[in-house]
Design a protein around this ligand. Structure first.
Ligand code: SF4
Length: 106
């Protein structure tokens, strides 16, 4: 079972709900989406980087060892270097990236 702190869970839920409204039920394709950049205000709020290896493991909320967008429950799809993410609607994230709401796949 995931151990996401309550505050982070609430933050994650609000962002995910906003993403559902923006997506409007359409299937996002990574090829159609601009890449998320670390200077995006939302990316900064979530401490997104497109290089997960640059993140100090001690600073992460979740202690799991293998953390990247490719291993996150919130990424959409399993193919490609850039993929849609439920947290960042309208953008694609690097499969090698990471942000502070990373959660393990079930
Ligand atoms: Fe999205 Fe997960 Fe990557 Fe964060 S770690 S940007 S939630 S796929």
């Amino acid at each position: 079972m995931s151990t996401i702190p309550r505050r982070k869970f609430i933050q994650l839920s609000a962002v995910a709900a906003a993403g559902c409204l923006v997506q409007g039920g359409r299937e996002a394709r990574a090829d159609d989406l601009p890449h998320l950049t670390s200077d995006d205000p939302m990316a900064q709020a979530m401490k997104y980087t497109d290089d997960a290896s640059s993140v100090d493991a001690a600073s992460r909320n979740n202690p799991a060892a293998d953390q990247s967008c490719a291993t996150c429950a919130l990424v959409v799809g399993t193919e490609g270097d850039w993929r849609p993410c439920q947290i960042f609607p309208g953008k694609s994230v690097s499969a090698s990236g990471w942000c502070s709401v990373w959660a393990p796949k079930a």
